[in-house]
Design a protein around this ligand. Structure first.
Ligand SMILES: Cc1cc2nc3c(=O)[nH]c(=O)nc-3n(C[C@H](O)[C@H](O)[C@H](O)COP(=O)(O)O)c2cc1C
Length: 326
């Protein structure tokens, strides 16, 4: 068992937090990760309104006795809607996790009032200190190696060194963590756990488009690029994707790159050229021109697995290495 300050605090048995990841991180993925002993997270921004968030989180809770969290991107304390979403989530899951906004004590207070722990993914020393001051219970330091949107500007280890010296709350490591070796290294460096994104995109329960999954399996860390290319609807937001998807989007001619049918609302949802979204298996269109988010951890994506297999593999490799190094 890998017991850390994070597992003690949150109550899970494996020090892995599954990243919020748009439509990949719906209840099926979160429940599978939680079942395997990690912290499984649902991206609640995908669920339209507070009623659907409540329903999805209630159902997820009934499906697992493991530990669940809710991730929200770009929360705004001035928005009634965001405050309600956070409040609804806080009374239902163990952790409410924030990213892509300045740490805000007003939001942390809502989480604590609802009975949950608050975590914030940060990309700099200053942001880490601000998150601790805002009252967060733990933070996640995100290095520039990370897949998806990237707040970090420097490598994970350099950031961890700064952050661990400055804050007292547990710190998880995110960005490029796809193997037991890297996870063990992060724990050995002082992290209380890791946050994993890209590895879980290739989990069966994430329902990523098969062409995206195949591209992840074929890619090496060198095949990712840190860019602002997919900026339609979300500008000045650096992210890491497969270089091949930037080339695919450059070659694409047209305004609408693809679409999916939303059965719940009975509508087609269209996506714009260069738009930022999760390429699930629901999409049709020019798939190769869509954003294939990937961190440098992509080198560890070698086949499709269940999320439970990924959690168990990471945990056992990590334990074995830490034992050997000790
Ligand atoms: C496909 C994808 C989507 C992501 N979406 C989100 C998100 O909605 N919210 C969030 O907090 N982080 C998001 N991230 C970033 C992760 O929180 C995390 O920092 C990153 O995945 C870590 O690097 P790794 O991909 O190498 O594991 C996303 C990452 C990926 C790969």
């Amino acid at each position: 068992m890998l017991t850390t300050r994070f597992t003690d605090l949150v109550g899970c048995t494996v020090p892995i937090q599954q990243a919020g990841m748009g439509r990949f991180a719906l209840p099926p993925l979160a429940v599978a990760v939680a079942d395997a002993g990690g912290l499984g997270q649902v991206s609640i921004g995908e669920l339209a309104d507070a009623n659907r968030v409540a329903q999805a989180l209630d159902e997820a809770r009934q499906q697992t006795s493991g530990i669940l969290g809710a991730n929200i991107l770009g929360p705004d304390a001035e928005s009634d809607e965001d405050r309600e979403l956070i409040s609804v989530a806080s009374s239902r899951v163990r952790v409410v996790d924030f990213f892509w906004a300045d740490p805000d004590p007003a939001l942390v207070e809502i989480v604590h009032a609802g009975g949950a722990l608050a975590s914030w993914q940060v990309g700099s020393l200053e942001e880490a200190v601000a998150a601790e001051r805002a009252g967060c219970d733990f933070i996640i330091a995100q290095g520039i190696e990370a897949g998806g949107h990237v707040r970090g500007r420097i490598g994970l280890l350099a950031l961890l060194k700064q952050v661990l010296a400055a804050v007292h709350i547990p710190v998880l490591a995110a960005g490029g963590v796809g193997s037991g070796r890297v996870m063990a290294a992060a724990l050995a460096a002082g992290a209380a756990g890791v946050r994993v994104g890209t590895r879980f995109v290739a989990a069966q329960e994430a329902h990523a488009h098969p062409a995206y999954v195949q591209a992840l399996i074929a890619a090496r860390p060198e095949d990712t690029v840190y860019t602002e290319a997919f900026s339609y609807g979300w500008e000045h937001a650096p992210h890491r994707v497969l270089r091949s998807s930037v080339a695919g989007a450059e070659a694409f001619q047209g305004e609408i790159v693809g679409r999916r049918f939303d059965a719940e609302d009975n509508v087609w949802v269209e996506k714009h050229h260069w738009q930022s979204f999760s390429v699930t298996d629901e999409y049709s269109g020019a798939i190769e021109a869509m954003p294939f988010w990937a961190g440098e951890s992509v080198g560890s994506v070698t086949h499709v697995q269940t999320a439970g297999e990924i959690v168990r593999e990471l945990a056992s490799e990590t334990e074995e290495l830490l034992r050997r190094w000790a």
